[in-house]
Design a protein around this ligand. Structure first.
Ligand SMILES: Nc1ncnc2c1ncn2[C@@H]1O[C@H](COP(=O)(O)OP(=O)(O)OP(=O)(O)O)[C@@H](O)[C@H]1O
Length: 991
């Protein structure tokens, strides 16, 4: 047994506090009703019955009244035929497969993904319920087919998801619940808690394959009460319920609070209603029949009440065990399918009509379906208990180890014969101790689990204690009776839990004794040095387990902290939205009523708008942390994040997450948001139609915007007029988006622009787009690769001024692998621009094209020249300044919390365009123009302000230069890549 096994074992037995966090999104769905008419059987033919039920089409059946006399003038105008419409209808020719596929198969993926579903067959005795649900060995019914498909469905995702399938099988016979898989457990109770209706003490079997489930099914069915009656040779005298629970969780567990989906599927074969006169049942059979009818009557009443929109809300499920068990299936969180079965024979006309009437009513029943998602939170207190115990044990073992060390040193001088120790004995002892430890750990977790369950059940009990359930002799309302029943079953449950707890504690004590006995045996069997080794091993096991538990609990704490923060953020955003909407409404009201606005208020309003837009832009330029978190499979690999890559993330993501970032943010204006949403969805639709990769690139967005210029929906806040004038400060969000994507200081490199006229307003042809895409990927890949190479050296050199490379220093720092203009040129020279960057190693999975043609265009060459000049100018300016050795956070050393903290206050850029920087001048914020934060944008906002107002001071301009000068990577970044092409960590971030 390995330590891995030990951890697995302890994780398996860990108590879980299942806090049902059913997703709030509920879908109201009608009960699906299918109708199956079986073929006439031999007995019916012999009895001279004629078929009176016919399938008209896939949804309609007609039932003819055989008793109607055509000569009866009183009923002359009444049709002998009655039509019924169902979701699906089958006649005698329908195969088992067809019935299964049209009634049940579609439920399987839902169950696997955490939804509840119920399929039950309803009808008179001998109508074909058992045949439909269970089938025969040759013609397998719904149960077997469902099981098979369930496993096939899970297989599809089993690499990513871990599943656990448990099965239970019960019958309700004469109003008593019996476990068909463990008949010795006697009569079981029903109880209801927050997780729905449960059968206390019902055994559950874990199944790993269809075969296993089939075995369980056959075993259970043998236990089912079936007797021959006149109506049916194999009449089921009980309702049988097969319950399959599928728990799904992600194999990649990145924290302790893990989402677990739990779907439950109930497959129910009801006993058939019977008319005593027809069945000629006597004695025991008649009693059974009475019970069956009573429960089916209760079911019928529930169906009536549930389907009647005007009926009172209280549905009496308590009249029978069957309705109590089906409570969720009928009125709760379950997608339900009812398969009504009828015989076509004229002699069973009444039974068939009853079934059709109920089935027809059942169509109106609505259930609310939602996914069952559980948070499996491991309770910190219980972690602490286990850690404390392990710590105690380690302390004890250490003391013992120290004693042994002393003994060894004294014996070394004496005659102790280490040689006569049997090696096998040592191994045996080791294994024994490891096994005891594993068992002990399992028991510890089991004990904690039971403690938690007991606490929950005590909570439930105290809820009832507050209620006054003492009867006064008079007839009590149903809900009081129900509560009393619940209380009783809770008490029983509590007793069982207490017993279990005590037995676990006893077992734990026994294991401890066993362990100490084995330890006592050590001196007799093995030498002192071997004892030492064993003790060391035990210590190590305990330590590792403790470490493991410790790590899990700190993960849990961290996760809780993050959740709380997220919650606070969400609340803040909601509050912000409310404030926004209030302001907008007031504003509109003032405009409509022509209420004059004071200067102060006007300024404040302008400031509000300006800040709103600025916040939008901050949001826009920040990386989507969640996207990275998700894409990396767990959390951000903070070790590899550095200032440079973060800033690249900003640029890339502003393009990639355009709609995503904007939409959740409740910015300055709700109308703008709505328009934005509209625009985003338009945009997404358009993107979906086009090449997905290309469509996501900023260039594509640029093209897209050019294309839609005319029809562009204004995404700016609504044109609020300030005393009749349109607010000049209002900016189009669309402009922001195009600016932040299209104007990043990228080289308009001729090597990434194929033969496309970029000045053209048309969208490039598909082939051209493909080339752009591939080339862009290649460049990105090369950059990522080289950056990875240099990552190792990067931090070592961070103190070296030459680390912040200039074009001229590239030659001296070849190994750093930065992608610069000159290196690109060198590369082009070496490989020829016509082959692009495809001559990369095999490990470069981005290069997937061998037929790239890169033809520089005049426009691109021109742009590139301008770009290079601009770069040179910047570098010259930078050289003149001493290299700033200011704060450079070491992201390698940071914990994720520190990283995010850093990120939130990080970019000088952010401070730069926060309104706060205007405070520093001690002036009114509203009087100053917004700072320029659009890097490299030809007509920046600051410039616009300058042009129009000329108010920008030299000081502000210098600040801008400073911030540019501080940029520590004067290298051409590659903005036109998608997330995944360049990684933050050096690993690809998959989409
Ligand atoms: N669609 C069908 N095709 C062929 N045979 C059928 C069909 N439906 C039912 N049968 C046969 O009719 C007989 C009675 O069917 P079944 O036992 O399924 O009825 P039931 O509704 O379950 O009755 P009960 O309520 O008494 O248990 C069986 O012999 C079964 O094989």
């Amino acid at each position: 047994m390995s330590l891995g096994d030990i951890h697995e074992a302890s994780a398996d037995t860990k108590f879980e506090k299942l806090v049902s966090k059913n997703e709030s999104k509920q879908e109201e769905q009608n009960l699906i009703v299918g109708l199956r008419i079986r073929p006439l059987n031999e007995d019916e033919i012999i009895a001279g019955a004629t078929p009176v039920a016919h399938k008209v089409d896939d949804n309609m059946v007609v039932l003819m009244d055989p008793t109607d006399d055509p000569d009866d003038i009183l009923r002359a105008n009444r049709s002998r035929e009655k039509q019924y419409i169902f979701d699906v209808a089958f006649d005698g020719s329908a195969t088992q497969k067809e019935v299964y596929e049209k009634t049940t198969k579609f439920l399987i993926p839902n169950v696997v993904n955490g939804y509840n579903a119920t399929v039950f067959a309803y009808g008179a005795t001998g109508a074909g319920k058992t045949y439909t649900m269970l089938g025969t060995a040759e013609e397998r019914g719904i149960m077997a087919r469902t099981m098979n498909d369930l496993f096939l469905e899970m297989e599809k995702t089993q690499e990513d998801m871990a599943y656990r399938v448990t099965v239970s099988f019960l019958e309700i016979y004469n109003e008593m619940i019996r476990d068909l898989l463990c008949p010795s457990s006697g009569v079981l109770d029903l109880r209801e808690d927050s997780n729905g209706v449960q059968v206390a003490g019902l055994s559950k079997f874990q199944a790993k394959s269809t075969r296993e489930i089939m075995d369980i099914l056959i075993k259970g069915n043998k236990q089912r009460t079936q007797e021959p009656t006149v109506a049916n040779k194999t009449s089921s005298r009980s309702h049988a319920v097969l319950q399959i629970t599928v728990r799904q969780k992600n194999r990649i567990r990145d924290n302790t609070v893990q989402e677990v989906r739990m779907g439950k599927l109930f497959l129910i074969d009801l006993a058939g209603s019977e008319r005593a006169a027809n069945t000629q049942n006597r004695g025991k059979r008649m009693v059974e029949g009475a019970h069956i009818n009573r429960s089916l009557l209760a079911l019928g009443n529930c169906i009536n009440a549930l389907s009647d929109k005007h009926a009172r809300k209280y549905i009496n499920y308590r009249d029978s065990k069957l309705t109590r068990l089906l409570k969720d299936a009928l009125g709760g969180n379950t997608k339900t399918v009812m398969i009504a079965t009828i015989s076509p024979a004229s002699i069973h006309f009444e039974e068939s009509r009853n079934t059709l009437v109920y089935a027809d009513r059942a169509k109106n029943i609505k259930t609310k379906v939602r996914r069952n998602v559980m948070d499996v939170s491991y309770h910190i207190a219980q972690y602490s208990n286990i850690i404390a115990e392990l710590r105690e044990e380690i302390k004890r073992l250490r003391t013992k180890l120290d004693q042994k060390s002393e003994q060894v040193s004294t014996m070394q001088s004496s005659r102790f014969d280490a040689g006569n120790t049997n090696y096998n004995d040592v191994e045996k002892l080791k294994n024994q101790l490891v096994q005891i430890f594993t068992h002990q750990m399992g028991l510890r977790w089991e004990r904690e689990k039971v403690v938690l369950r007991r606490r929950n059940s005590m909570d439930d009990l105290s809820k009832y204690k507050e209620m006054d359930l003492a009867g006064d002799g008079s007839e009590e309302p149903d809900d009081v009776n129900q509560a009393r029943d619940e209380l009783e079953s809770l008490r029983t449950e509590d007793r069982k839990i207490t017993e279990k707890r005590e037995s676990i504690l006893r077992e734990l004590d026994a294991t401890k004794n066993k362990a100490s006995k084995v330890e006592q045996m050590l001196p007799n069997l093995v030498s002192t040095s071997d004892q030492q080794e064993i003790l060391r091993l035990l210590c190590k096991i305990h330590e590792l387990e403790m470490e493991n538990v410790h790590m899990q609990s700190s993960c849990l704490l961290r996760d809780m902290d993050i959740r709380q923060r997220e919650l606070a953020m969400e609340q803040y955003k909601q509050h912000h939205t409310l404030a926004d909407e209030l302001i907008q409404h007031q504003r509109t009201l003032m405009d409509e009523k022509n209420i004059p606005m004071s200067k102060d208020l006007e300024e404040l309003y302008e400031l509000y708008q300006q800040e709103g837009n600025e916040i939008l832009e901050i949001q826009f330029s920040l990386p989507d942390i969640h996207a990275y978190k998700n894409s990396s499979g767990s959390s951000i690999n903070h070790k590899m994040l550095d200032g440079e890559t973060v800033s690249e993330m900003d640029e890339s993501n502003s393009a990639v997450h355009l709609p995503k970032i904007f939409v959740p943010y409740h910015g300055a204006n709700s109308v703008a948001r709505k328009q934005l949403l509209k625009k985003s969805s338009l945009h997404i639709n358009r993107l979906e139609e086009e090449d997905a990769f290309f469509a996501k690139s900023p260039r594509a967005l640029q093209f897209g915007e050019q294309k839609t210029t005319d029809s562009t929906v204004s995404l700016s806040p609504p044109p609020v007029t300030v005393q009749g004038k349109k607010n000049p400060r209002q900016k189009s969000i669309l402009t922001l988006s195009s600016r932040s994507t299209a104007t990043t200081p990228s080289p308009p490199a001729n090597d990434i622009v194929p033969a496309v006229n970029t000045s053209s307003e048309s969208i490039p042809a598909k082939e051209e787009r493909r080339k752009i895409a591939v080339n862009t990927r290649n460049i990105a890949a090369l950059a990522a690769k080289r950056k990875n190479l240099s990552n190792v050296n990067m931090y070592n050199k961070s103190q070296d001024p030459s680390f912040f490379m200039t074009e001229s220093s590239v030659g001296q720092h070849n190994e750093s692998g930065y992608l610069t203009q000159s290196r690109l040129a060198q590369h082009d020279k070496k490989y020829g621009s016509s082959v692009g960057l495809n001559n990369m190693n095999d490990d470069d999975f981005f290069s997937d094209s061998s037929d790239i043609e890169i033809v520089p265009t005049k426009a691109s060459v021109h742009k590139r020249n301008i770009y290079q000049q601009e770069q040179m100018r910047k570098k010259r300016a930078m050289k003149q300044k001493p290299v700033q050795k200011d704060f450079k956070p070491n992201y390698q050393q940071m914990t994720p919390e520190e990283f995010f903290k850093q990120l939130s206050r990080m970019p000088p850029k952010k401070q730069h365009f926060l309104p706060g920087n205007l405070h520093r001048d001690g002036k009114s914020r509203s009087k100053l123009p917004a700072a320029n934060y659009s890097k490299g944008y030809p007509q920046s906002k600051a410039q616009q302000s300058r042009d129009t107002k000329g108010e920008v001071t030299q000081q502000t301009e210098n600040k801008e230069k400073d911030s540019r000068g501080q940029k520590k990577h004067p290298l051409p970044s590659i903005p036109t890549y998608r997330k995944g092409d360049i990684s933050v960590t050096g690993h690809s971030l998959h989409q």
